[in-house]
Design a protein around this ligand. Structure first.
Ligand code: BGC
Length: 503
């Protein structure tokens, strides 16, 4: 065989081998992989009634129902970012991060929710806020809606169970997009699943509705319609804008509790009801078939007349489909699902529709008041599941984080958490070829944690909420994250270290 022929065969063999062999990574970040940190308006701003801001449903919920917040607190002042934003943005920049995620407060801009009254002080605040982010060469990642619906709208009957919400949120989004063209990445709506499940079924988040198997689905329908309508308005009215837009969709990893067929199906069902309910309409079109079948068959069994899951019109299916330029993923835990054998067909609830019972392995650490488990390879599994089911899209992890009790600045748990989770994300990128382009750590600072009040500490900076000076104290993980941003490299020799048993 002539030398050149042999050489060609050799090169071809090496190339095809390297295509087949998964690329092991050595902890280095891909070239375009970005790190960030995030906050949201109600959790950090405070100044709840200052400078013309109107109240939101969260102000009302926390004031009227302190018993529904673990420490009976509220976010009237919280960590006072409204007055300290310069300091907070400087601290974010000192982490060396590129992405700064924050949210606009709808009632700070339109105090009563309607676009007929604009609050100039609110507009000025966000202008200054964004200018400050840009000063440090960070990219502003602006969330349009992170749960703080204007109270006046709610009192007028317009909320996530009233179809009128869609036009109002589009009016608000249009104003924000037009007024703040400096935003580099738009997040349209934060976590519609959590918003609808905890706000309209379980009632632990505002507006606190304990649903009877209808409200959560109406909320899902209207948040999806809003995601679609905001996106279509954006593309049509702002064709010269370059910033990408997507919702931040929460998706946790669900494993079957056993290898029985029933538990496998239960795990799949839960993924479809939690993640698929939002991913499917946006990336494929319409509700996931299993969700439709299950809700309808339970309705028929109970002889209920009215359908409980709103039906999308063909036009709605079309405009919701594709209403994201990337996948924004918020990921917090892994759970085990077991088939719920005895769900009463006459009790209409989302829980009975899903028909599963969740648990955690006893050896997992479970944080955030028993809600979030630490299972680093869960993130790799969920990334692969998303790619397999919804296609090879760019994924930006818009929230990922862990909490502790705030008693020490030596938050080794957060260092181990980010090391192991990001190592797993790198495995998904290099070995499984999932297109993850960045991770926004949640959260920049300890702040108001919704129903967990000030008991859950997610930040790189500790703040003792009773300290009148609200001093920001860097935790050990702040230095770790700064080093990581600079070196862009991790040691991933034990990406699933044996996390100790529960506390
Ligand atoms: C929310 C954040 C919250 C985090 C931790 C997410 O569901 O988007 O606002 O702080 O969970 O509880």
């Amino acid at each position: 065989m002539a030398f050149s022929m042999r050489f060609t065969i050799l090169v071809l063999t090496i190339c095809s081998l390297s295509e087949q062999t998964p690329k092991k990574h050595n902890g280095h970040f891909p070239k375009h992989f970005l790190l960030g940190a995030g906050t949201s308006a109600y959790q950090v701003e405070g100044a709840w009634n200052l400078d013309g801001k109107g109240p939101s449903i969260w102000d009302e919920f926390a004031h009227k129902h302190p018993e529904r917040i673990i420490d009976h607190s509220n976010a009237d002042v919280t960590i006072d970012t409204y007055h300290r934003y310069k300091e907070d943005i400087a601290l974010a920049s000192s982490l060396g991060i590129k992405l700064f995620r924050f949210s606009f407060s709808w009632p700070r801009i339109f105090p009563n929710g309607y676009n007929t009254t604009i609050n100039p002080h609110g507009v000025k605040f966000y202008k200054n806020f964004i200018r400050e982010i840009l000063k440090y060469d960070m990219i502003p990642v602006g969330t349009i809606y992170h749960w703080d619906l204007p109270l006046q709208l709610y009192n007028d009957g317009i909320d996530w169970n009233h179809p009128g919400i869609v036009n109002h949120i589009v009016d608000y989004a249009r104003y924000v997009i037009k007024t703040f063209p400096e935003v580099g990445i738009w997040v349209s709506i934060n976590e519609p699943h959590t918003l609808c499940h905890l706000g309209y079924s379980i009632g632990v988040l505002a507006p606190g509705i304990k649903g009877d198997g209808k409200q959560e689905y109406m909320c899902a329908y209207l948040t999806l319609k809003s995601i679609g309508a905001i996106y279509r308005m954006y593309k049509k009215e702002f064709p010269h804008y370059k910033a990408k837009m997507a919702p931040a969709l929460d998706c946790q990893w669900i494993e079957p509790k056993s290898n029985s067929k029933e538990d496998e199906e239960a795990a799949n069902r839960q993924r479809e009801f939690k993640c698929g309910m939002y991913y499917h309409p946006i990336f494929i079109g319409d509700w996931p078939p299993i969700v439709k079948e299950r809700i309808e068959s339970r309705r028929l069994k109970a002889h209920i007349k009215e359908p409980r899951l709103p039906k999308f019109t063909p036009e709605e299916i079309e405009y919701i489909k594709g209403s994201a330029d990337f996948i924004g993923l918020n990921h917090y835990y892994t759970a085990l699902a077991e088939d719920l054998k005895e769900s009463d067909p006459n009790v209409m609830s989302y829980g009975n529709d899903v028909g599963t019972v969740n648990s955690f392995k006893p050896s997992w650490i479970v944080e955030n008041n028993g809600l979030f488990s630490i299972v680093p390879d869960g993130v790799r599994k969920v990334l692969n599941w998303i790619k397999k089911n919804y296609g090879d899209h760019e994924i930006l992890i818009t929230e990922l984080g862990v909490t502790e009790d705030g008693s020490s600045l030596n938050d080794n748990i957060r260092i181990d958490f980010f090391t192991d989770y990001i190592c797993n994300i790198l495995s998904a990128v290099y070995e499984d070829e999932v297109n993850v382009t960045g991770v926004i750590a949640w959260s920049l600072m300890d702040s108001f944690e919704w129903s967990n009040g000030y008991k859950s500490h997610f930040g790189f900076y500790n703040i003792n909420i009773t300290d009148p000076n609200k001093t920001r104290k860097p935790k050990k993980s702040a230095k770790f994250f700064r080093d990581l941003s600079q070196t862009r490299k991790l040691t991933c020799d034990k990406p699933n270290r044996d996390w100790p048993g529960p506390f």
